[in-house]
Structure formats: structure tokens, C-alpha cells
Design a protein around this ligand. Sequence first.
Ligand code: UD1
Ligand code: CA
Length: 449
Amino acid sequence: MLAVAVLAAGKGTRMKSDLPKVLQPLAGATLVERVLASCRHLDPARQILIVGHQAERVEASLAAIDGLEFVLQQPQKGTGHAVQQLLPALEGFSGELLVLNGDVPLLRPETLEQLLAQHRSSGAAVTLLTARLADPTGYGRVVADAEGRVSAIIEHRDCSEEQRRNPLINAGIYCFDWPRLAAVLPLLTTDNDQGELYLTDTVAMLSPAMHLEVADADEINGINDRLQLAQCEAVLQERLRRHWMAQGVSFSDPTSCTLSEGSRFGRNVQVEPQCHFRGASTIGDGCRIGPGCLIENSTLESGVEVLYSVLRDSSVAQGCVVGPFAQLRAGARLEAGCRVGNFVEVKNSTLAEGVKANHLSYLGDADLGANVNVGAGTITANFDGLRKHRTVIGAGSKTGANSVLVAPITLGARVTVAAGSTLTHNVPDGALAFGRARQVVKEGWKPSA
Ligand code: UD1
Ligand code: CA
């Protein structure tokens, strides 16, 4: 039987942030969400998060996860002290305890599986993950023999010069036999540079203690500061891009683009430089995106082209062309074959098939019928100072340049709005509507010299 405990009570002093460290985001998910996700497939009987610093905030961020237990560590006196807090919660539990550091977010699920398998087959009291690093600065060093038996872990700050040259580091991921760990936890002391209770000290008290060295040292990157956060983001982004390239997405300048875990791509998608995909976005087959786009929580059907534009919480159907310099905001819905051009903003509006809004417009809270042609500079005046109102434009209508449609207003089908009009009343099907002063010409106005 397996229990998992994630250490997430620390403050993360070295981040110099108001946000608890484990809530820092990485490619759209927090560190602690990533750590919890890395062990989900092991189907643990118990899943416990040890919280302390800003505990309520950390708990609230994870409220949606079923069956997650929280144990409070107050004050935070080290990783060993954190695990001591489990003694009441795990009383009588006789299985393995997998301990994960809340700030080691790149672990692959397969690596944890391997750790557990080796731990079970060897019968060790503890098995920990290690890596050999070119620059092991900051990590605990693992003293081990050629058979993989560990005799001690010494924290970087407690190491001698010579011990610091040892490249084998502790990843902060351990599989313990819980009853044996529980027996030695009360024996920990604060005899170290930080005056804390170190979980790592239990390893010297447990026998046999074994280690499993990971092949890809990137997996066990721990995050203590913003530099390491950025390095982990780079590793994740590289993993995501490689994954999608293997699925048939082309990036002309991969490292200039960022993806989120929730982004999905069809086949033959071409992504030009400087494109960023966030949240849950789906990009259909054959889309051409970029250069210079931000696409967040949006769905693009096949064959859409987007150039230098920002799309958020929007949906774009087959064959639409968006940009350059367009903004689709929450609730923008473009049906097939629409064209939204430069300096056009669309919010909470539906554009039926074949609508063209090519230049300098604001379409907010509007419903446009099929093939409406929106003249340059057309504005839906949707806000009366208190409330938002809708604009409805029937199929085949055409607004002239610089039209202001004051909502609530309904234009019928095949309406023509004269350029420069401000309309405040509904217009029936097939009509021409003017809403502007007639041109007046006064001849001889300027006396000739
Ligand atoms: C720890 C290990 C070190 C290892 C490194 C790997 C110890 C003593 N050292 O060092 O050997 O190489 O991780 O990344 O364990 N936490 C609590 N309560 C506390 C203190 C910390 O829950 O009282 C949590 C933190 O929130 C964090 C994790 O434990 O998620 C690790 O703590 P941190 O202070 O970052 O340990 P390191 O110095 O990185
Ligand atoms: Ca750490």
C-alpha cells in the first residue's frame, strides 16, 4: 500500500516573492500541481500535502483535487520536522511512503514508477532518487558505494570543501518503508548549519538505504530561486515543443515560442516565430499561426490564419483569417470564412459565416449575420455608462466607413448604413440609413485676395 506526501510548507525565501513557492506557475500549472500530477498514476491510497507558509492559500488553490489531505506544519522547522507531522495521520499505516519535494516539478511519472519498483524488489528501508550534476551547488550530497548503498546525505552548507566536489546529489524524492521511518523520525536533531530537522538525516539511520540515479538530470531540477524557475520553464517548453513537433507541428523558430500543457495542435500546423499558446487552446489542422501571436483558451478550427494578433477565450471556425493586429476578446465567435483585419477588436460577439471586418473597428456585444461587411471604423457603442447593450446586424448588411451603431439597436438584413452615420434607431430589411448632417457648401466663403 502506498501513501504519498508532498512537502509544501516552506516559505521559499530565496524566491523573494509574496506567492508561496509551490504556487509559482510553470507552463500554466503551479509547481505543486505538477508534483501531484507526477504521482497520480501510481494511484496512492493516501495523498497528503504538508502545508505551512500561507497554508490557506495553498489549500484553496488545490480545493478541486479529490481525496487530497492536508497536514499543517507550524512553524516550519525543516523537512524532517515536516515529515514528523505525518506521525499522527499515518499511525498504523504499514506501507511505503513516497516523499516528494513540492519544488521539484519536472519529474516524469515513469521515474517514480521505477523508484517504487526498485524499492519494492530490493527490500530497502529507503530508496532515494539521485543525479550526477556538473554543478551540484546547493543540493545535498549523497555518500554512496558502488552497489548503490547510501550511508549519508550531507547538505551543501554542511559539506567540507572535499565533500562539495561530490557530484552525486539528493533529488529530494524518497520512497520509505513507513514503519521503519516512523521509528527513527523522533531521533532527528538540529545539529546542522540551519538548525533545522533534516529529513535527509534519517537516511543514515536506515539500513539498507539505496539510491536510484536518474538518467536525465533535468528531471530532478529543484526550484529555490527565480533563475531555477526560468531554467525549469525552459526545460518544460523544450519538452512540449518536441512533443508537438513529433505530432506534425512545424515551428520555424521553436525557442521563440511558448506552449502550455493544455495546448493541442492538429496536423500540418505551421507556427511562425514569437507565438505563445496559453491555457487550454486547440489549433486545428493546417492552421498558420504567426509571427507574433498570443492565443489563450481559444479554439481554432482547421485552416485558420492568424498574424500578429491576440486571441483570448474565443473560437474561430474553419478558414478564417485574423490580423494582422486584431484582438479577439472573451466570447468572440467567428464562424467559417470570416475575415477580421487590422486594428479590429471583437468581444462577446458572434460573426456568422463570411463576415468581413477588415479595418479599425470595435464589435462588442454584437450578432452579425452571414456576409455582413463592416466598413472601416465601424463602432458598436455598447455601453451607456451603466449597462452593456447588444447590436444585431442582419445578413448581407453593409456599414459605411465611420458608422457608430448605438446599442441596443437592430439592423435588418441587407441594410446599408451610409458612411459617417450615428444610428440610434432600428433599421428594417433592405433599407438605406443615414444618420449624419447633410453636407453644406457655402461658396465664396473665403474672400479671394
Ligand atoms: C532539500 C534537501 C536536499 C536536496 C534538495 C533537492 C533537506 C534537508 N535537503 O534541500 O538534500 O538536495 O531538497 O531539491 O531536505 N519544506 C517544508 N517544511 C519545512 C522546510 C521545507 O515543507 O520546514 C518543503 C519546502 O516547501 C520544499 C521542500 O520541503 O518544497 C524542500 O525544502 P527546501 O528548503 O527547498 O530544501 P532544499 O534546501 O532545497
Ligand atoms: Ca529546494
